[in-house]
Design a protein around this ligand. Sequence first.
Ligand code: COA
Length: 197
Amino acid sequence: MTSLAVFPRARAASSSVASLAVSPLRIREETRADIDARDALLDAAMGPERFVKSSERLREGRAPARGLALVATLDGELAGTVRLWRVDAGGAPALMLGPLAVDERRRSLGVGGALIRAALRRARSRGHCAVILVGDAPYYERFGFSSAPTRDLVMPGPVDPARFLALELEPGALAGAAGRVTATGDMLAAPALRHAA
Ligand SMILES: CC(C)(COP(=O)(O)OP(=O)(O)OC[C@H]1O[C@@H](n2cnc3c(N)ncnc32)[C@H](O)[C@@H]1OP(=O)(O)O)[C@@H](O)C(=O)NCCC(=O)NCCS
């Protein structure tokens, strides 16, 4: 398994600066051993509402895109998580990003940004051409996401158009994309894994 060691930006809260100087942030693929800690992190960050989001309709019963379920660890503990999912975006193959969450005690250290950049780098190297998501534009714009490419796309549930964002990894990948976004990822076999977020 490939893992990447980076050092977060040094504009951390003062109480964290000393430990960041010696504890690298590691981004690696998620494993089964991460499931409990990841679920606890997502429950704390988002609560049960995470299962009623429109994005969840594209995740339930599916496996994340191969090699694109990532976790961040700090001091060996799970600090953040992101997954990407294969979708058809109105006729264009794409990935949907989410959920992205960082442990509340580890925020504003660059963990979320490192996860997104690593995910986009991996997605590009695996030949994916576009990423969509539903999230806060003021956060995701810094990575190049905007609402323009999703103008003619329809999620399987209500979304605020200002929060329906996309990034073309290949210029023009979403040109002409119009209509419903549908799941295309591998199906999960076990009913217990139905809620895949
Ligand atoms: C959003 C989230 C993943 C960011 O993680 P993080 O590790 O703190 O992110 P980074 O350290 O890379 O970036 C922090 C910066 O983003 C800003 N930021 C965080 N959430 C933001 C949001 N929703 N909108 C705008 N800016 C945001 C922070 O204020 C901080 O700003 P600064 O750089 O000026 O100090 C984290 O806050 C989180 O888990 N939130 C709850 C779950 C969630 O809402 N996930 C979906 C995001 S739409």
